[in-house]
Design a protein around this ligand. Structure first.
Ligand SMILES: [Zn+2]
Length: 205
């Protein structure tokens, strides 16, 4: 009933998180009908995502590619930040949530995934070698593990504590306050700030 290009747009929009078929259709109809150039600007912005954005080579945050083709995010570029303090998060959205809390004066490392025995994700799937290199490159002395309070987040936290304490790094875990199974991304700034202030040591020695 609908023209093919419109159907394709609806199908693509429906792949976005939190967007169902009906919402996708509403977005698509809006883009087709509106005359202020939003559709063209959106198309341009989407093309630029692929060309100009990459994962930061140091931490995994989203970064803009520079003239030399390198990608270093604004946090890693900020020399005022304490590079001996490293906060490990599961995903970029968690990094952004912690940044909003203003409680983190160090830098970050984004794992990209969590240990998940049920889904077949073991320690070898995590970017641990890159993490260890980062620890030695930056002379990291303290690591705050800010993985989510879920089964996978706790399993990852235990693995990191074991691996990092043997390397002489002080390891702590953000305090509870973020409800179990909850998402860091959706925790409010005060809760997250307190969770970081109230971190507890995971030293297993
Ligand atoms: Zn970075």
């Amino acid at each position: 009933m609908l023209p093919e290009p419109l159907l394709q747009l609806i199908e693509l929009l429906a792949r976005l998180p939190g967007v169902g078929e009906k919402t996708a259709q509403r977005f698509a109809m809006h883009l087709v009908a509106e005359k202020s150039g939003t559709a063209q600007a959106l198309g341009h912005a989407l093309t630029e995502i692929g060309e100009k954005l990459k994962s930061c080579e140091r931490c995994g945050n989203i970064a803009e590619v520079d003239a030399q083709g390198k990608a270093e995010c604004a946090i890693c570029r900020d020399r005022r930040r304490d590079q001996s303090l490293l906060c490990i998060v599961a995903k970029v959205q968690d990094l952004l949530a912690i940044e909003r809390s203003g409680a983190m004066r160090g830098r970050y490392f984004v794992l990209g995934k969590l240990l998940s025995p049920l889904d077949g994700i073991g320690p070898s799937e995590l970017p641990l070698e890159r993490l260890f290199k980062r620890l030695s490159d930056d002379g990291v002395q303290e690591v705050i593990v800010a993985t989510p309070p879920s089964v996978d987040g706790e399993a990852t936290s235990l693995l990191l504590a074991r691996e990092l304490t043997t390397r002489g790094v002080a390891v702590s875990r953000i305090a509870s306050g973020v409800p179990h199974g909850g998402d860091l991304e959706f925790a409010d700034q005060i809760t997250l700030g307190r969770a970081i202030e109230g971190r507890r040591s995971l030293d297993s020695r």
